[in-house]
Design a protein around this ligand. Structure first.
Ligand code: AMP
Length: 496
C-alpha cells in the first residue's frame, strides 16, 4: 500500500506542487525525485524500517523531496532547525538515534563532523541520485513518520513522534475546516522543523493538490513583494511575522501601501497561530489587509485543536471551537470538568494526537489522563468560544492566593500608549508565592516610572494583577518560531 499523500500526488502529476528559489516543480517531479532519494537511502535494503533520518535543508523543493524520500523508504523524518547551533543539532541527532544525516552543502561544515564523531552515514543534497528508482516498500499508515523536537518549560527538548495516520488526521481536519482546494496557492514563510510550517502549510497544500510557494527564509520585503504580485489565495504565520509585516507596511509610501493591501484583499484566508495574537495586531492587520485573521490553537503533540470559523463570525482574542475530529474538554486540578466561564486545563482526544515522546515512556504516560492528552494550557469558554489563558507552568501566575493569566495582563499593557510590546511572568517570591513582573519594550525615547505605570494599570486591572516590577528591554527573548521564551524573561528579573 502506498502512503495516501503519494497516491494523491499521482492524481495531480501535471500540476505545479512547489515554487521555490530552485524553480517550479510539478507533483510528477516531486514523485520522481523523492523516489530517487528513497532509492539512495535504501542502498539495496528493502525498507529502512523506521530508521531515523535527520535532515537540514533550507525551505524549498529539496527539503520536500527529501522528506518524501525518507517516508517512501520507510524511514522516520527528523527535520533539524536551520538556525540552531551545533550542540542543539547534535542533541536532536543523538536523541533520535539517527543513522543517516542529509545536509544541504551550506550545512556541511557543521554536520559532517557530527556524522564522523557518531559514525553515521552522511549524504549531501548535491550528490547525484540513482537514475532509476528501485521498488519502494509498502508503508502501513500506522508506522512512525516524523519526530519533531519540542521544548518544555524544564529539561531538554522531547521528540514528539507522529505516525502517518496522525499526520493524515491532522491534515484532513484542516483541509475540511479551512476549505483547501486544488486551486489554492499558499506562500510558505515558516520554519520547517515545526508543526506549523510542516503540517498546516506544506502538507496540507500537497494533500490538497495545491501550490506551495516557498521562501528560503523569512524576509519581510520579499513576503510583501510576493503578496503584492498577487496570485496567492492563502497565508499562514505566527503573530511576530504579522507584527513585522505591519511595521514594513507602515514604513512604505502610500502608493506602495495600496499595492500591498490589494495583494492581501485578493486572498481568501489569512491565519495566525502558535502563540497568542494580540488584539491590537489583529485590528491593525484588519485595517491593512481587510482580513479578520483566523486565529487557531494547536500544539506539536496534538496538531490543531481549536479554530475560529472559515465562514461565520470570528471573535478577537478567542480561538473559536474544536476542529473536525477533535474532542476538547476543560478540567480543574482534580480532573473534573469545569463549567463555562470557569478556567480549566485543555485536554484533547483525537486521531491526530501523537503516538509518544521518543524513547520516553514515562513522560508519554504522564502526558495522558484516561486517554486524554493534557496540554498544560489553560483556557476558558465564554459565549461558546475558547479563550487561551496561557501555559499553566509559566503563564498562570499564582500571586497572593490569586491565579492570574499573564496573557490577559499583556493584552491590557499593550494598550498603554508608551508600550510597544511586553511579556508578563511570575517570579518566585517569599511573601506572595509569585510576584507579577513585566518586561516592557517601550516606544523610542520613553522613560516609564513604576509609579506612573502602576497607577495607569490599576485603572484597568484588579490590583493583584498589576505588575510590581517592570524592566525596560530592547527586545523580548524569542525562540526560532518567534515565540517569547518566558523562562528567559523570568531570569531577567531574578538577576535584578
Ligand atoms: P508548539 O508545540 O511549538 O506549536 O507550541 C504549542 C503551544 O503554543 C501551545 O501549547 C500554546 O501554549 C501555544 N499556542 C498555540 N497557539 C496559540 C494561540 N492561538 N494562542 C495562545 N497560545 C497558543
Amino acid at each position: 500500500m502506498n502512503l495516501p499523500l503519494i497516491d494523491r500526488a499521482k492524481q495531480n502529476e501535471d500540476k505545479i506542487a512547489i515554487v521555490a528559489s530552485e524553480g517550479a516543480f510539478t507533483y510528477h517531479d516531486l514523485l520522481q525525485i523523492s523516489a530517487q532519494i528513497a532509492t539512495k537511502l535504501l542502498d539495496n535494503v528493502e525498507d529502512l524500517q523506521e530508521q531515523r533520518v535527520a535532515f537540514l535543508i533550507p525551505s524549498g523543493f529539496h527539503y520536500v523531496a527529501t522528506q518524501w524520500g525518507i517516508w517512501r523508504a520507510g524511514g522516520i523524518a527528523v527535520p533539524l532547525c536551520v538556525s540552531h547551533p551545533k550542540p542543539e543539532l547534535d542533541y536532536a541527532i543523538a536523541d533520535s538515534g539517527a543513522s543517516i544525516i542529509i545536509a544541504h552543502p551550506d550545512f556541511e561544515t557543521v554536520l559532517r563532523p557530527i556524522a564522523q564523531e557518531r559514525n553515521l552515514r552522511f549524504i549531501l543534497t548535491s550528490e547525484t541520485l540513482p537514475e532509476a528508482a528501485s521498488l519502494l516498500p509498502e508503508i502501513d499508515i500506522n508506522r512512525r513518520a516524523l519526530i519533531l523536537y519540542t521544548s518544555g518549560t524544564t529539561g531538554k527538548p522531547k521528540g514528539v513522534v507522529t505516525t502517518h495516520q496522525n499526520i493524515q488526521a491532522q491534515v484532513t481536519s484542516l483541509i475540511s475546516a479551512w476549505g483547501w482546494t486544488l486551486s489554492d496557492r499558499i506562500l510558505h514563510v515558516l520554519p520547517l522543523h515545526h508543526i506549523h510550517g510542516i503540517i498546516n502549510v506544506l502538507t496540507c497544500a500537497l494533500w490538497a493538490g495545491a501550490q506551495c510557494h516557498m521562501l528560503a527564509k523569512f524576509d519581510v520585503q520579499k513576503v510583501w513583494d510576493r503578496i503584492s504580485d498577487g496570485g496567492l489565495t492563502l497565508f499562514m504565520a505566527v503573530p511576530t511575522i504579522y507584527v513585522k509585516l505591519i511595521a514594513a507596511w507602515e514604513n512604505a509610501d502610500s502608493d506602495r501601501q495600496k499595492i500591498m493591501s490589494d495583494g492581501c484583499t485578493k486572498m481568501r484566508l489569512m491565519v495566525s497561530g502558535s502563540a497568542a495574537l494580540p488584539v491590537q495586531v489583529l485590528e491593525k492587520w484588519k485595517n491593512i489587509s481587510g482580513h479578520f485573521l483566523l486565529e487557531r490553537y494547536g500544539m506539536t503533540e496534538i496538531g490543531m485543536a481549536l479554530s475560529n470559523p472559515l465562514q461565520g463570525e470570528r471573535f478577537a482574542g478567542y480561538v473559536g471551537k474544536p476542529l473536525p475530529q477533535v474532542e476538547v474538554r476543560l478540567v480543574d486540578e482534580s480532573g473534573n470538568l469545569v463549567a463555562p466561564g470557569i478556567p480549566g486545563e485543555i485536554q484533547i482526544k483525537s486521531p491526530g494526537v501523537f503516538l509518544e515522546y521518543w524513547q520516553k515512556p514515562e513522560a508519554t504516560a504522564k502526558a495522558f489522563r484516561d486517554g486524554w492528552f493534557c496540554t498544560g494550557d489553560f483556557a476558558v469558554v465564554e459565549n461558546d468560544n475558547y479563550r487561551i489563558l496561557g501555559r499553566m507552568s509559566v503563564d498562570i501566575i499564582k500571586t497572593g492566593g490569586y491565579k492570574v493569566s499573564a496573557l490577559e495582563i499583556e493584552e491590557v499593557l499593550r494598550t498603554h500608549p508608551e508600550i510597544q510590546d511586553c511579556a508578563v511572568v511570575g517570579v518566585a517570591d517569599a511573601e506572595w508565592g509569585e510576584r507579577v513582573c513585566a518586561a516592557l519594550v517601550l516606544k523610542s525615547g520613553i522613560n516609564l516610572s513604576l509609579e506612573t505605570f502602576r497607577s495607569w494599570t490599576k485603572e484597568r486591572l484588579a490590583v493583584y494583577k498589576v505588575p510590581t516590577q517592570i524592566l525596560a528591554v530592547e527586545e523580548l527573548p524569542r525562540n526560532a518560531m518567534g515565540k517569547v521564551t518566558k523562562p528567559s524573561v523570568a531570569q531577567l528579573f531574578e538577576k535584578v
